[in-house]
Design a protein around this ligand. Structure first.
Ligand code: 5AD
Ligand code: FES
Length: 358
């Protein structure tokens, strides 16, 4: 048996591999080892979540951002980016439409926009929760302090996505301006968990300067931090950023990492991301077949979608929410999986809640 096969079997049996073993596995991967990995990853996800794929309605609240991440199309230095903010009414309309379409989780995402103060966000979260008490609210609004995170949690937000982007200090520094630090990012993730959120971290695959050793750092971090969600997708260059000329991350490596993450954390909520669907027409389906169990179609009003471009050629920017919903139904059904009309909580969540309230 090849070395990669032996490592995959060990990973599947023990849900763990050492740093050195992960490095060997990533270095030795090929088509046949990927097939074996995906097979094991599907077995692991079927044992926990069956054939359900959870959907999250993504609402992009604001394209204003005070940050200047070198990879991101809505960075503040990009003077060509068109800026918009959704109103509370627009956001509630998106949720109402999403609810009709079977969404039971709304992800409120945006740039780090000072307009969205603690009060504004808390009021928004309460309003969405009051209108849809059967739904989970996920926030993805970047780095804030404990008090902000706590207020929003108390208003009814239960999940928070904050990708760590890379677990390597020097690599983090090469992707971000000096004002940002990996330490702050990791501190936010700790605080979010401490406040009580189901937390998602994650990273880009193939970001400029990334090595396999960096990815091993990311995988060890994911295993040790044990988040409820892990969002990974290929880096895709945006024409009006310093990384315009850099190559995109590959489909092959992203899928392989999805399989590895599923086996490291069998219960994790793992999206097949829009970026994966952007680098390949069937990227999201392949992501599900590699171990992903979540898709996050866009519910933002069509009028603003082309203004929330983190990278070039983003898919679905001209489609109505209903079109994406049915398109995904067809795509997921086509590979033998079912779109679930549920909140889609982490498998450990209800028992954690029960323990907390006992
Ligand atoms: N390519 C791929 N993903 C990107 N993101 C931001 N810019 C890009 C890009 N150019 C990702 C980051 C961020 C998430 C919201 O989108 O990982 O955390
Ligand atoms: Fe948007 Fe297919 S998911 S058009």
């Amino acid at each position: 048996m090849s070395q990669a096969f032996a490592l995959i079997d060990k990973l599947a049996a023990e849900a763990d591999l050492s740093r050195a073993e992960l490095r060997l596995l990533l270095g030795a991967r090929d088509e046949s080892s990927a097939d074996r990995l995906f097979e094991k990853a599907r077995q692991a996800r079927h044992a926990v979540y069956g054939r359900d794929v959870f959907i999250r309605g993504l609402i992009e609240l604001t394209s204003y951002c005070r940050n200047d991440c070198l990879y991101c199309g809505i960075r503040k230095s990009n003077l060509k980016a068109e800026r918009y903010r959704l109103t509370k009414e627009q956001i509630l309309d998106c949720c109402a439409q999403g609810h009709e379409l079977g969404f039971r989780t709304f992800v409120l995402q945006g740039g780090e926009d000072p307009h969205f103060t603690d009060d504004v966000v808390a009021d928004l979260v309460s309003a969405v929760k009051a209108a849809h008490p059967d739904c989970a609210i996920t926030l993805s609004l970047g780095e804030r302090g404990r008090d902000s995170y706590r207020r929003w949690f108390e208003a009814g937000a239960e999940r928070y996505l904050l990708r760590h982007e890379t677990r390597n200090e020097a690599h983090y520094a090469s992707l971000h301006p000096a004002a940002m630090s990996l330490r702050d990012r990791l501190e936010c993730l700790e605080v979010l968990r401490d406040v009580g959120y189901q937390v998602g971290c994650g990273f880009m695959v193939g970001s400029p300067g990334q090595t396999l050793d960096h990815l091993v750092d990311d995988l060890r971090f994911v295993k040790e931090f044990e988040p409820h969600m892990v969002g990974i997708g290929p880096f895709i260059p945006h024409q009006d950023t310093p990384f315009a000329g850099e190559p995109a991350g590959t489909l092959e490596l992203t899928l392989f990492l999805l399989g590895v993450i599923r086996l490291l954390l069998p219960q994790v909520l793992l999206p097949a991301t829009t970026a994966l669907g952007t680098i390949s027409p069937t990227g999201r389906e392949m992501g599900v077949l590699a171990g992903a169990n979540v898709v996050m179609p866009n519910l933002s009003p069509v009028a603003v979608r082309k203004k929330y471009l983190l990278y070039d050629n983003k898919i679905c920017t001209g489609d109505e929410a209903a079109e994406c919903r049915f398109c995904l139904q067809r795509r997921i059904g086509g590979i033998g999986y079912d779109v679930a009309v549920t909140r889609g909580d982490h498998a450990g969540f209800s028992c954690q809640q029960a323990i907390a309230s006992a």
